[in-house]
Design a binder for this molecule. Structure first.
Ligand code: GRF
Length: 200
């Protein structure tokens, strides 16, 4: 099965997926990396790995949000993409896109959902004073950080943790968990029944 990664930034999760593929741990074909940021390190990483890249910019350049998403869907369909992997993609996908790839879009979130949704999950967990946070991989639906949960892993918060030190440990867990979920999906091992994902 072909898959695509959508990334806006650093792309360390993309790199983990590229590395896992190189080690034969992911069987599918990474056909495309799409970014909405011209200076995303993710694009550099993709090019270095010989993966086709598409720079997909501002929805403002399209007549409507639907046109933007239609174009994005068309690009993915052209490459026969069966799985869309969001890896730090900072744009909320519209219902048009979600509908086109229902149960075929996954995301990694740096907290144990449904706790600490949103763009500042690590900071929010630290500020709240929880002792354990973690990583969630989930299907993407119409609501932010809401879709059915596929896998989670805990990360303990230490008394001296800073945003940097905790983020680093969370990233490390993401880099192990996310490629595993990608591979499970590509092997058809994930079954969704309502909010429940059965797999492995
Ligand atoms: C990760 O922490 C992920 O949980 C969140 O965005 C971050 C992306 O990091 N959704 P990177 O670009 O993969 O390094």
């Amino acid at each position: 099965m072909n898959f695509a990664v959508l990334a806006s930034g650093h792309g360390s999760n993309l790199q983990a997926i590229i590395d896992a593929k190189k080690r034969g741990k992911i069987k599918g074909e990474l056909k495309l990396v799409i970014s909405d940021k011209a200076d995303a390190l993710a694009l550099v990483r993709a090019r270095k790995a010989g993966v086709k890249t598409v720079l997909f910019v501002d929805p403002k350049n399209f007549p409507s949000r639907e046109d933007f998403d239609d174009e994005l869907v068309a690009i993915l369909r052209k490459e026969k993409i069966g799985l869309v992997v969001l890896a730090g993609f900072m744009r909320i996908l519209s219902p048009v896109f979600i509908k086109a790839f229902r149960h075929k879009i996954i995301n990694v979130h740096p907290a144990l959902l449904p706790a600490f949704k949103g763009a500042h999950a690590v900071k929010d967990a630290l500020a709240y004073g929880v002792k354990v946070t973690g990583v969630t991989v989930h299907f993407v639906d119409e609501q932010v950080d809401h879709g059915a949960i596929i896998a989670q892993a805990p990360v303990e918060i230490k008394p001296k943790d800073t945003l940097a030190s905790l983020s680093k440990r969370i990233h490390k867990v993401e880099h192990t968990l996310y490629p595993k979920v990608v591979d499970l999906f590509l092997h058809g091992k994930l079954k969704v029944v309502g909010r429940i994902v059965k797999g492995k």
